[in-house]
Design a protein around this ligand. Structure first.
Ligand SMILES: N[C@@H](CCC(=O)N[C@@H](CS)C(=O)NCC(=O)O)C(=O)O
Length: 230
């Protein structure tokens, strides 16, 4: 039976969640079948026994697992005969480092550049909830937060330099083949690409070429997601 993934959705079937994309790619990496259930923010409470607060959540033949990292561990534990996602103990620490770096240095900064774009791509049911919860999170009204983002874009590109140095020389952060580190680093880009026309990368940037490679993986899984083609 296919793994069921509760996947965050906006308007036009846009799957914009960075965390859900990590899981989607992890399941594809394992070569497992996946069925997604498009889920709005305000529907998360309806999943399973109603205890979940965030997605991704998967239902793997009756086992409900929440949190993208726990899901990756679960998939490796349950399907050891398939290609490892976290790749043994060294691979786990490598992927965790990339995850911590991407969240702290990239995603949180990027959030201030796309938060109004996310809002604009939500269904009306979710918009009010998102506006209030994200204004509370930022400690200010989200209207106008994106102002001046062009100058923050320059800083974002500088922050990506450590990653740029690696993918200039190798196709993936995992080396010749993609690993979970790649999916984690990719997740902020697909988040932005799904909702924002702001091109985060220049086309001659080695990270741009790496991004194209990830978009093409698994029969163009991520490229098929509706988004902005930058
Ligand atoms: N550490 C969690 C984070 C999950 C998360 O924050 N998911 C967001 C969607 S991308 C969410 O469900 N947010 C619900 C909320 O903000 O109430 C993971 O990696 O799965």
């Amino acid at each position: 039976m296919a793994i069921i993934l509760y996947d965050l959705v906006g308007i036009d079937d846009r799957r914009f969640s960075s965390n859900c994309w990590r899981t989607r790619l992890a399941i594809a990496h394992k070569g497992l079948d996946c069925e997604t259930v498009p889920t709005r923010f305000t529907e998360i409470k309806k999943i399973g026994d109603g205890s979940f607060k965030t997605i991704p959540v998967i239902n793997d033949n009756g086992d409900y697992i929440v949190d993208s990292w726990s899901i990756a561990e679960h998939l490796d534990d349950k399907y050891p005969e398939r290609p490892p996602i976290l790749g043994g103990s060294d691979g786990i620490q490598h992927a965790r480092f990339i995850q911590e770096w991407a969240v702290a240095r990239i995603s949180q900064f990027l959030f201030t550049m796309i938060v109004e774009d996310i809002h604009a791509h939500l269904t009306p049911e979710d918009q009010e909830w998102f506006y209030d919860s994200r204004s509370k999170r930022l400690g200010r009204d989200i209207t106008g937060v994106q102002l001046g983002r062009e100058s923050r874009l320059i800083e974002l590109r500088q922050r990506l330099e450590p990653m740029r140095s690696v993918v200039r020389d190798t196709p993936y952060l995992g080396g010749e083949l993609p690993t979970y580190a790649d999916y984690v680093a990719f997740s902020p880009f697909i988040w932005a690409r799904t909702v924002s026309s702001l091109a985060l990368l220049e086309k001659d940037d080695p990270i741009y070429s790496w991004l194209q490679r990830i978009l093409d993986l698994y029969d163009g899984l991520a490229r098929k997601n509706p988004g902005y083609d930058w």
